[in-house]
Design a protein around this ligand. Structure first.
Ligand code: FAD
Ligand code: DLZ
Ligand code: SF4
Length: 512
């Protein structure tokens, strides 16, 4: 009796562990588009089209290699609608000796898969996802006995483990981290090279029609659709990044420019997260560019840190803390997500631009997610459940393992400082320094109080005041609290009044 090899939608690698010892004659690969997965949250239309198209292309490639593949399309008559129901159907159909699956990337799906054995009376073998660079045990050992985790120290271990940018046991150039060179403000005229823009083929066109028909009420634009949907295309996108944008990745990593949604970022998270690219090959390509002299160290180290450091660290935090991490709310934030996050009108140009680009591209770059959208969610006290759901829905690279720690830990400080050493709260001055958004805004970034003042300015201080009992002891916030102590009662009252007025309008659904 052969095995069923289940491949989930984010496991589209030919070297995925579930395929390692496949018997072409006896085994069947099972892939399924299921309504439950597409609707348990209402994913962005472009995200669904991307995953279904990449899945269909991957299945075609497997067939081309001579494997027996069963592929359930969403609109197939006998599609059973969920992973478990599809597996039950597969068992009836194939009568397998066992089911082999690579560990799902999300806790929710892992729990489902773990129940299949008892539920269906079949052996289920769950294999490690060795496409990540740190195994669960390795991260657990590193984290053990540390009250607070810090990415920087974990990252250094990963650099040593993989020998990336190392000179013996010393970091290349003498420093581990060149972030202080990576804060250039945007220039007036930026000639940013275009991101990868692929042409759609018949498979993608069919999927786009399906999405329009079945998920019309989901957020976001499905067209124009330019994502890579095969490994070859994703490799082309990687090459394009290394050749055209990597050298400036560091300089403009934190910069935001109106009308430039892609900047010098790599736009590779979509492909790495579903297995079309491996994280190590991206890291090695960047290192090679440095060694060849085509990209400077600050850029290459910065990019490598995102993948070898942040990506693995975030995943480690997720698995170490699930399922409790889902209900963290250290700051007791309760406010509902305002309509402007779904494209409702707003006078705040920075938010308007970031939401618009998110809707069009199912992408926003890191600093938009962190310092505009995330900063607002934090200082406005939005409820972590609502913020998490939004981020999970709107980005084509969003899976809970990566979305949740970034939202709960990084932007909302809802884990009380376990992942990040301080809340990423900032006033309008930061956004003005790193972007050109403020010049087209109805609010004045230089004004601190009153109707015309930039809301980030008074909301920042109101956030500090509201959360004083929980945040005052944080050494990295000392300066802010000392400034607050020096403010007179009148100024404090103006801040609180402005914040109350703003929240009342926003909660009442008025345009803010
Ligand atoms: P680049 O800026 O080019 O970075 C290179 C790569 O590094 C990325 O492709 C990604 O693989 C990795 N990376 C960088 N930062 C992080 C990080 N903080 N966590 C994990 N990986 C990182 N990333 C996702 O992949 N999925 C998400 O759902 C997601 N949600 C986020 C939510 C918030 C609130 C924040 C602040 C960040 C989130 N990120 C998420 C991380 C980061 O913003 C994206 O990985 C990045 O913007 C993707 O674009 P890029 O490929 O151009 O990245
Ligand atoms: C995101 C997603 C969507 C929308 N649909 C499917 C699907 O129909 N079939 C599938 O195999 N995977 C899908 N995915 C990706 C899964 O959500 C992802 O593989 C799991 O969450 C990993 O735990
Ligand atoms: Fe955003 Fe304030 Fe600048 Fe307007 S003035 S774009 S609200 S930071």
């Amino acid at each position: 009796m052969g095995a069923i090899r289940v491949i989930l939608g984010d496991q589209l690698s030919h070297n995925v562990s579930s395929l390692s010892d496949i018997d072409r004659e006896a085994d069947t690969i099972w892939m399924c588009e299921v309504a439950e997965e597409a609707t348990f949250i209402k994913h962005h239309k472009k995200k669904i089209a991307f995953i279904f198209s990449a899945m269909r292309h991957f299945a075609e490639e497997l067939e081309g290699k001579g494997y027996r593949v069963h592929y359930s399309k969403l609109d197939d008559e006998d599609n059973a609608g969920s992973f478990a129901a599809e597996v039950e159907r597969a068992i009836k159909d194939v009568q397998p000796g066992k089911i082999v699956v690579t560990e799902p990337s999300e806790y929710r799906v892992l729990k489902d898969v773990e129940a299949w054995g008892d539920r269906f009376g079949v052996e289920v073998e769950i294999r490690p996802d060795d496409r990540f660079l740190a195994a669960h045990k390795e991260f657990q050992d590193w984290a053990e006995d540390r009250k607070q985790l810090r990415m920087e120290f974990f990252y250094r271990e990963m650099r040593k483990k993989y020998g990336i940018l190392m000179n013996g046991d010393k970091p290349e150039g003498g420093e581990w981290n060149y972030d202080d060179q990576n804060r250039k403000t945007p220039k007036e005229q930026m000639d940013v090279p275009d991101t990868y823009k692929g042409q759609t083929d018949e498979i993608t066109e069919e999927v786009i029609e399906l999405v329009k028909e079945r998920f019309d009420d989901h957020f976001g634009d499905v067209e124009p659709f330019h994502f890579a949907v095969t490994r070859d295309q994703a490799l082309y996108a990687l090459n394009k990044f290394i050749d055209e944008r990597l050298s400036k990745f560091g300089d403009y990593q934190d910069a935001m420019v109106e009308g430039e949604p892609w900047m010098y970022h790599s736009h590779l998270s979509f492909y790495i997260n579903i297995g079309l690219l491996g994280p190590l090959e991206c890291v090695e390509r960047a290192e090679a560019a440095y060694l060849e002299g085509s990209a400077p160290l600050n850029a290459v180290e910065g990019f490598i840190r995102q993948i070898l450091g942040w990506r693995e660290y975030i995943r480690g935090v997720y698995w170490l803390n699930m399922p409790e991490y889902e209900s963290e709310n250290f700051l007791d934030a309760e406010r509902a997500l305002p309509w402007l996050f779904w494209g409702g009108e707003t006078k705040m140009n920075c938010l308007r631009q970031c939401v618009k680009e998110t809707k069009e591209n199912a992408y926003a770059h890191h600093i938009q997610r962190l310092m505009v959208l995330g900063n607002f969610a934090l200082i406005a006290g939005l409820h972590p459940d609502e913020v998490n759901e939004w981020y999970y829905i709107v980005y084509a690279d969003a899976y809970q393992w990566v979305e949740l720690p970034n939202v709960t830990g990084m932007i909302l400080f809802a884990d009380g400082g376990y992942l990040a050493s301080k809340p990423y709260a900032a006033s309008g001055a930061y956004i003005n320094k790193m972007s050109d958004y403020c010049k087209n805004c109805s609010y004045a970034v230089t004004k601190k109080n009153g109707d015309k003042a930039c809301p980030f300015n008074y909301l920042y201080w109101d956030f500090m005041l509201r959360n004083e009992d929980k945040l005052k002891g944080n050494p990295r916030l000392n300066m802010s609290y000392r400034t607050l102590e020096r403010m007179g009662d009148e100024k404090i009252k103006a801040i609180k009044d402005d914040a109350q007025r703003f929240f009342k309008k926003m909660d009442d659904g008025e345009i803010v």
